[in-house]
Design a protein around this ligand. Structure first.
Ligand code: F6R
Length: 589
């Protein structure tokens, strides 16, 4: 949520470096964007409403010889989407510029005090930080002024401050920041994927730390006592190509197509981690899975897999609700958090509380160095590569592939899981063939006219139904509701009328007959049935064949819905990579 990028170095091309860096962070927020660059005379700022996409800078900014600057892509929290509310925000004397990710919870009271001496131009909480630092600068040098101002902020925040004097000072408490050390060039970003094209040497700064970046390098300090701290340089994984759409029109399509590779990589790389995780689960007195959104659907799938394959009960909760469900946690509990970004605040908060109760934390994440990754007593890196499209696809299948390995490892049958996962990867490859895609595109054309779509599944397919509905609604904006097959007749069937489309998940497992019977109930009320599974049924008006791969079928069966979502977005003229009102990484409550 909001992207921060900053650069300082020998080369005097900071406007274009920052613009390119921000483009790689656009998925974090795309309401508006802005950059501030400095030279020894002044700080120059440019802000625009809208996506940064193919934006070009105005020539006076672009041509400014500058070796230092900061930039921001915004996901609005305080203040409407306007040029004035876009970051960076400047002090009255224009000696500093600030970009910010987070929410200053006490901004109203701070603003009231500052308004007497400072002129405000925006409605944001961020502008308060700029004036607060300006106030502190009257009596302190830059680093100390930032420390003092930052300590006055309540909430979870990360800031980058550009000073006219040629330094960038960053501080962090809660929101992510990573530093990059290149050849005579130094960077700060909200996400390591934005650094890969410049350097693979990264420093993940911790909460309650501050860093100073200038032409000479990077120094990290404790915010509490101001003392210098030794910082560990880590090597980032991945290549520049991973952060570009390549031959694909959108990241979402690219990431859907990467799924067979991702599943094979989970099988190759994560088998040992899965066996270890199974051991931890057996040893724990109570295992709790928590996550948000799509990652929660993966947890739910895990619950069914553990029950069916291993006869082992685990608990699953939407992360934002776990705060109210955690009273029984104790030092023998195991809390497993699933997260693509590793930054979701709704997951971070309950994990902090669980850790305080002494529970063991397992972090299953896709982003190295992320907050949740660092919180884990047990750490598992999914290795799906950067997921740039806002709607999660490949990270979802990576999580389920890992959980399937864990479930089979609980009963000593890891090799069965590996075989099923390889079959599922092959089946996804078949689904992605041109001829099969044409069929899905045709279905999307037809579904684009729908006002409501329903998706149903039972057992392992229940989570697939929920995930399909989320995927379709978030990128196409068509209201789509996912339900357990048996639940429909307890209320929602009242909404079914002539032509209402319903995606029915009908794998060749113990749910087949019951779900076909639910499909028949919908059809009897005029519903249009799109069946997904390995067996055709008379009740289907349309059938998308997904071959049976046993307990791994739930992975391949989600792919038609991911593709439908993508093509529906195109049919509706929406940008599948950047759905309205959303941001990839949700770092505010
Ligand atoms: C939906 C989607 C979101 C995320 C959720 C959690 O397509 O991407 O629902 O799954 O915001 O994000 P992570 O996995 O980063 O914790």
């Amino acid at each position: 949520m909001c992207g921060i990028f900053g650069y300082v170095g020998e080369l005097e091309n900071s406007p274009s470096v920052i613009l390119e860096g921000l483009k790689l962070l656009e998925y974090r927020g795309y309401d508006s964007w802005g950059i501030a660059v400095g030279n020894d005379r002044h700080i120059v700022c440019e802000k625009q409403v809208g996506k940064i996409g193919n934006a070009v800078l105005k020539s006076d900014v672009l041509n400014l010889k500058s070796n230092i600057g900061i930039g921001h892509t915004r996901w609005a929290t305080h203040g409407m989407v306007t040029d004035a509310n876009a970051h960076p925000h400047l002090s009255c004397d224009r000696q500093i510029a600030v970009v910010h990710n987070g929410i200053v919870e006490n901004f109203n009271s701070l603003k009231k005090k500052l308004e007497k001496k400072h002129e405000f131009y925006s409605d944001t909480d961020t502008e308060v930080i700029a004036h607060l630092i300006e106030q502190e600068l009257k009596t302190k040098p830059l680093k100390e002024a930032v420390v003092s101002a930052f300590k006055k902020l309540k909430g979870l925040n990360a800031i980058a401050v550009l000073s006219q004097e040629g330094e960038i000072v960053v501080a962090k408490n809660g929101s992510p920041l990573v530093l990059g050390a290149g050849d005579s060039s130094y960077y700060v970003a909200s996400d390591p994927s934005a650094l890969i094209s410049y350097t693979k040497k990264a420093i993940f700064i911790e909460d309650q730390q501050l860093a100073v970046l200038n032409k000479k390098g990077i120094q990290v300090f404790s915010l509490e006592n101001g003392k210098k701290v030794a910082s560990k340089i880590q090597t980032l994984q991945g290549e520049v190509a991973d952060t570009l759409p390549g031959e694909y029109a959108h990241f979402m399509l690219k990431e859907i197509n990467e799924q067979p590779k991702v599943i094979r990589s989970v099988v190759e790389v994560l088998t040992d981690s899965a066996v270890d995780m199974a051991r931890e689960i057996k040893a724990a007195r109570g295992t709790f899975f928590i996550a948000s959104g799509t990652a929660f659907h993966a947890c739910l799938a895990g619950t069914y897999l553990f029950s069916k394959i291993a006869g082992h009960h685990v608990n699953t909760s939407v992360a934002s609700e776990f705060n109210y469900l955690e009273d029984f946690l104790n030092p023998k509990s195991l809390v497993i958090a699933l997260s693509q970004s590793g930054e979701t605040i709704d997951v971070v908060e309950p994990l902090n509380r669980a850790a305080k109760k002494g529970a063991k934390i397992a972090a299953v994440v896709n982003n190295l160095g992320s907050t949740i990754y660092r919180m884990g007593d047990i750490k598992v890196l999914l290795g799906a590569g950067p997921e740039i499209a806002v709607a999660s696809t490949k990270a979802y299948v990576a999580k389920i592939a890992f959980l399937l390995l864990v479930a089979y490892s609980l009963v000593g049958k890891t090799s069965t899981a590996k075989r099923l996962l390889r079959q599922s990867a092959n089946e996804i490859e078949r689904l992605l063939r041109k001829s099969d895609l044409e069929k899905i595109k045709k279905t999307a054309k037809f579904l684009a006219k729908a006002e409501h779509i329903y998706t149903i599944g039972r057992g392992l397919s229940y989570s697939t139904a929920l995930e399909s509905a989320l995927k379709i609604k978030e990128v196409s904006y068509i209201h789509t509701e996912g339900l357990a097959g048996g639940e429909l007749k307890h209320g929602t069937i009242a909404l079914v009328s002539r032509g209402t489309p319903c995606l029915v998940y009908a794998p060749s497992d113990e749910t087949y007959e019951a779900i076909i019977s639910n499909a028949t109930e919908i059809k009897s009320r005029g519903g249009f049935i799109i069946g997904i599974g390995s067996k055709k049924a008379d009740v289907f008006d349309e059938w998308i064949e997904v071959k049976d791969t046993g307990d791994a079928s739930l992975i391949s069966m989600v792919v038609p819905a991911q593709l439908l979502a993508y093509y529906l977005a195109l049919e509706k003229g929406a940008d599948p990579d950047k759905p309205r009102n959303l941001a990839k990484s949700v770092t505010v409550k």
